[in-house]
Ligand binder design. Structure first.
Ligand code: ADP
Ligand code: ADP
Ligand code: ZN
Length: 229
């Protein structure tokens, strides 16, 4: 990563806004590495460990994992990204921060690490559309790629286009857990956007368009910020 240690972008928006879908498409085109806290948790839960069992107690209910544990896992991953991808500009951080305390902890961590958040992309999508998207979401068990039964189907049913892995429906994409996650989003996460408006970092994108149109809008908005020296 650059001499100043890392220039990261945060991607925000409600569940189903298309953060994971867009992050996978834009990160490679911007020299960023996609880091999703939800993916970190799903990986740990896939191994039968004490930590995995602890995370599952929160995850399956659609509740937030405690802030301190989440921040620690994110920072460990940022360290690993730096080691594994020395030429990357930074990370595209998806799923963090989820509340004001996490936003403030992220600011402190960035200052300590001599790294920066250079932009915060907010993907806006109306609630009715989110419910439709989440009920048909499919995830690759191997690489984490995201599909939709109707809106973005894989070439072969049940099989990942990218890696051939098996697709599954997430254990927290049930109507009850979706309701809880969206309620937490509107109560705790959406208010954090103000923090980034004040910092001059916020970029709003209309996420209620075809996937490719959203990608182009994000790239057009991010390129000048990410590519600036
Ligand atoms: P998030 O990471 O914000 O929760 P995802 O990227 O997982 O959202 O997208 C949620 C679901 O909606 C997935 O099934 C995905 O394939 C689908 N999807 C994403 N973007 C669009 C779009 N622009 N139009 C229609 N469906 C979409
Ligand atoms: P979604 O945005 O669709 O809820 P994610 O994959 O981002 O999905 O997160 C899934 C779950 O992982 C969350 O419901 C929560 O239990 C946990 N999680 C992810 N990110 C965080 C975070 N920043 N703080 C606390 N818990 C988190
Ligand atoms: Zn895959």
């Amino acid at each position: 990563m650059g001499v100043d240690g890392g220039r990261h972008v945060v991607i925000m928006g409600p569940q189903g806004a298309g953060k994971g879908t867009q992050a996978a498409l834009v990160a490679p085109r911007l020299g960023l590495i996609h880091v999703a806290t939800g993916d970190l948790f799903r990986q740990v839960m896939a191994s039968d460990s004490e930590l995995g069992r602890e995370i599952r107690r929160y995850y399956d209910r659609g509740a937030l994992v405690p802030d301190e544990l989440t921040l620690r896992m994110l920072m460990e991953r940022l360290d690993a990204v730096k080691q594994e991808h020395p030429d990357a500009r930074g990370a595209l951080i998806d799923g963090f921060p989820r509340n004001q305390a996490q936003a403030e902890a992220l600011d402190r961590a960035m200052a300590e690490r001599n790294e920066r958040i250079v932009a915060v992309v907010h993907i806006a999508v109306p609630r009715e559309v989110l419910l439709e998207r989440l009920s048909g979401r499919l995830i690759c068990a191997t690489c984490g790629a995201t599909y939709h039964r109707l809106f973005n189907p894989p070439k072969q049913a049940g099989v990942c286009d990218v890696c051939g892995g098996q697709l599954y429906q997430r254990s927290d994409d049930t109507p009850e857990a979706v309701e809880r996650r969206l309620a937490i989003y509107y109560e705790q996460t959406e208010p954090v956007l103000r923090h980034y408006t004040e910092a001059g970092l916020r970029i709003d994108i209309d996420g209620n368009q075809p996937i490719e149109a959203v990608t182009e809008a994000i790239l057009a908005a991010l390129r000048p910020r990410v590519e600036a020296a």
